[in-house]
Design a protein around this ligand. Structure first.
Ligand SMILES: *Cc1c(COP(=O)(O)O)cnc(C)c1O
Length: 386
C-alpha cells in the first residue's frame, strides 16, 4: 500500500534521539528550549511553546485568550475534530463558517455575512480559528481586518502549514493573528512522533500558555504570591495540565526542522507533477499559482462527479493506493449532531467533502509511485459507471 502520508526519518534523526536517551534528561532538559528557538527562528521571532500535541496547543491557546463558558469560537468545518473540540474543552460554544470550494479554506465572504448577522443578534464570536487546509494559507489580511472591526481574536490552526507563507511572511509569524498552532504528528510536514507547538508575538500570552502546559506552576519568585520558602519552592497559581513535550521528541523535532526545506521542495515537486499528470482527468486539482506558499501537507482533489467518490475510493484502495478523505465536516459527527447541528449548516463544505479524495503525498514518494497512483485513478475513473 502506498500510504497517503508518511514520515521521513534518517540517520541524523536516529542519532539525535539516541543522544537524548544517553543524556541526563529525557524530559524538562535542554532539547525543548532548543527546539522552541528553532521554531521561533523559522517564524520571524514569534515566541514558541512546544507541547505534546497540536490539540494541547489549541487548548492552551484558547485558554490563554480567555475562552471559557459563555464565549464563542468559530472555525471551519473542513478540519480535524480537534480544532473545535479544544474549544468545547474550554466550555465554549462552537460554530462553523462555510468554506471556499476551490481551497477548502474558511470563506471570507461567508465569514463577513455571518459576522454581520451575529452583530444584529448579539452573538459575535470571541475567537475565530482559520485552518490552512492542506497547507494553503487562508486570506489572513482580510480576516484580520474583520477582527479589527468586530473585535475577535484569531488563532491559526496551521497543523498542515509549517513551512507555508504569504506575502507578509512565514505561517507562524503571527502577523495577522494572536497565536498559531503547528502539529508534529507523523503524517504532517515535520514530526516528533506526537507533538505540537503554539507561537505568538504576545509575551504575556506566551508565558500564560507555558504555565498552562505544566500544571500552572511557577518557580519564578517574581511571579509568586509572597516570598519563596526556599530554593526548592514552587507555587501553583492556576489550574494547568501536563502537556509537556519530552526531550526525546524535541530532539527529533530539532533534527527534522533542519530538513524542512528539503521536505518542502520534494512535496512541491510532486504537487506540480500531480497537477500536470491529472490535467486530463475529470477532477478539480488544487490551484498551484501559489505553489511555494503552501507546505502541501495534503494533495486533495474533488471528483467532478461526486456520486462515484465511494467507488473510486474503494477501487484505489484495492489497487494498493492509500487514499484518504479530508475531512468529514466536523458538525456532521454524532457528537456535534447531539449539540444541535444539522446537515446543510455549511453546504459548500458538505459538497467539498462529498467530492474529495486525498492522494498520497510525502517527501520519500518516488515518481514511479506517483505514476502508479495516477494510473490507478485514471483506470478507476474510466471504469466506474457514472
Ligand atoms: C493533525 C491536526 C490536528 C491535531 O493535531 P495533533 O497533533 O494530532 O493533536 C488539529 N488540526 C488539524 C487541522 C490537524 O490536521
Amino acid at each position: 500500500m502506498i500510504p497517503y502520508g508518511r514520515q521521513s526519518i534518517d540517520q541524523a534523526d536516529l542519532d539525535a534521539v539516541r543522544a537524548v536517551l544517553e543524556s541526563d534528561f529525557l524530559t524538562q532538559g535542554p532539547a525543548v528550549p532548543s527546539f522552541e528557538h528553532a521554531l521561533s527562528a523559522l517564524c520571524q521571532g514569534a515566541h514558541a511553546v512546544a507541547v505534546n500535541s497540536a490539540t494541547s496547543a489549541l487548548h492552551i491557546a484558547y485558554l490563554g485568550l480567555g475562552v471559557s463558558p459563555g464565549k464563542r469560537v468559530w472555525t471551519s468545518p473542513i478540519t480535524f475534530v480537534a480544532t473545535a473540540n479544544a474549544a468545547l474543552m474550554c466550555g465554549a460554544t462552537v460554530d462553523f463558517v462555510d468554506v471556499d470550494f476551490a481551497t477548502g479554506n474558511l470563506s471570507v465572504e461567508a465569514l463577513t455575512q455571518k459576522l454581520s448577522q451575529a452583530e444584529v443578534n448579539g452573538t459575535l464570536p470571541d475567537v475565530v480559528v482559520p485552518v490552512h487546509f492542506a497547507g494553503v494559507p487562508c486570506d489572513m489580511a482580510r480576516i484580520h481586518q474583520l477582527a479589527l472591526r468586530y473585535g475577535f481574536k484569531i488563532v491559526e490552526d496551521a497543523s498542515h502549514a509549517i513551512g507555508s507563507s504569504d506575502t507578509r511572511g512565514p505561517t507562524g509569524a503571527c502577523c495577522f493573528s494572536d497565536a498559531t498552532v503547528f502539529s508534529f504528528h507523523p503524517v504532517k510536514i515535520i514530526t516528533t512522533g506526537e507533538g505540537g507547538a503554539v507561537l505568538s508575538r504576545d509575551r504575556g500570552l506566551t508565558e500564560r500558555m507555558a504555565s498552562l502546559r505544566s500544571h500552572g506552576i511557577t518557580r519564578d519568585a517574581n511571579l509568586m504570591r509572597g516570598e519563596p520558602d526556599g530554593a526548592w519552592y514552587y507555587q501553583q497559581l492556576e489550574l494547568g495540565y501536563n502537556y509537556r513535550m519530552t526531550d526525546i521528541q524535541a530532539a527529533l523535532g530539532l533534527s527534522q526542522i533542519k530538513k524542512i526545506d528539503t521536505f518542502l521542495t520534494q512535496r512541491r515537486f510532486l504537487v506540480e507533477r500531480y497537477h500536470r499528470l491529472l490535467k486530463q482527468l475529470p477532477v478539480q486539482c488544487p490551484a498551484i499559482e501559489g505553489l511555494n506558499q503552501s507546505a502541501w501537507h495534503l494533495y486533495t482533489v474533488q471528483l467532478h462527479d461526486a456520486s462515484i467518490r465511494g467507488k473510486t475510493f474503494e477501487a484505489l484502495r484495492l489497487a494498493g493506493i492509500g487514499v484518504n478523505v479530508h475531512y468529514i465536516p466536523v458538525y456532521l459527527q454524532p457528537y456535534y449532531q447531539d449539540l444541535g447541528f444539522r446537515p446543510g449548516h455549511c453546504p459548500v463544505a458538505e459538497r467539498f467533502y462529498q467530492a474529495s479524495i486525498t492522494l498520497p503525498l510525502f517527501p520519500a514518494m518516488t515518481e514511479s509511485m506517483q505514476d502508479r497512483v495516477v494510473a490507478a485513478l485514471k483506470a478507476s475513473l474510466d471504469t466506474v459507471p457514472a
